[in-house]
Design a protein around this ligand. Sequence first.
Ligand code: UT7
Length: 327
Amino acid sequence: MPILAEILGTGRAVPERILTNQDLERMVETSDEWITERTGIKERRIGDENTTASSLATEAAKKAMEMAGVKAGDLDLILVATVTPDMPFPSASCVVQKNLQAWKAAAMDLAAGCTGFIYGLSVADGFIKSGQARTILLVGVEILTKITDWTDRATCVLFGDGAGAVILQASNNGNGLLGTYLGADGRYGELLFMPGGGSLQPASQQSLDQRLHFLKMEGNAVFKIAVQTMGDSCLKILDRVQMKPEQIDLLIPHQANLRIIQATAKRLKLPMSKVYVNIDRYGNTSSASIPMALDEVRRSEMYRPGMNVLLVAFGAGLTWGSAIVKI
Ligand code: UT7
């Protein structure tokens, strides 16, 4: 059997506080009906002033390590996929390394928007297959509610906070990552971005006045590209690993919009019973959505060892990607 990156353990963490559509009706001009029909979201989790990317990431990581039976000292690499780290630097992964006391581990962040977890899987796969690492912690975490413009109804109803973690380890029992596919197109960068706070528009009174430190999105344009590339990405990875859609036991798509998820399932001719959906409870948690869903599956009765799971995501960059993993 060839060496594969096997997912040995999963974990997730979300803030306790729930923000419902009814709560949002009192904040901006919107309705539960609009949000439910257009997105499938009913509620989302929202952190408080003590919630940071590293705090949720650490909590999720500990649960994944416990399931995997892996100690902090076993970790060779910590990857954190996020666009909302605690601060621009040091990286969130270095803060997680400190929290876990994983002193042997190298650490780096990955910024690929909502596709961050898939990019992270691909990087982890490369490290494991090249022999540079044996045991890797990969976390997708996002505290998007802290960069949400709560006066913009077009975006503030969409996002939530959360973290999902996996432990990947080199193994040869047939389980693990069968392949990944990644894509990007920087020409669409300004369809979904946070313009302020970097070297182009550093923080200033003017950048604050212009509300540049909030997430901005051309939702409708992003929607159309998402529908196309989510479907394309699934077909690309199926082709790459020589599998057919009917061999997939479960599709775990990035949870951005129920209508995008349904369109992706339709393109693959997969029934919705084979598609994992939890957007109603968490909203769009960006790079955390897939590992959070993976953890829910692993800890539920639907989990069967060796099931073939297709993961697919789309996000800021624009980026997209997919993976097939035997979990
Ligand atoms: O995470 C990865 C990247 N993100 C995505 O993949 C998100 C992709 N985009 C979407 O999910 C959808 O485009 C949205 C959910 C963001 C918006 O749905 P839509 O069907 O594309 O709506 P729209 O932007 O075309 O707006 C339709 C109408 C507009 O009113 P008019 O111009 O038709 O009168 C909006 O002003 O809905 C209005 N609207 C709202 N109404 C009530 C926009 N936001 C709201 C709101 N409540 N929260």
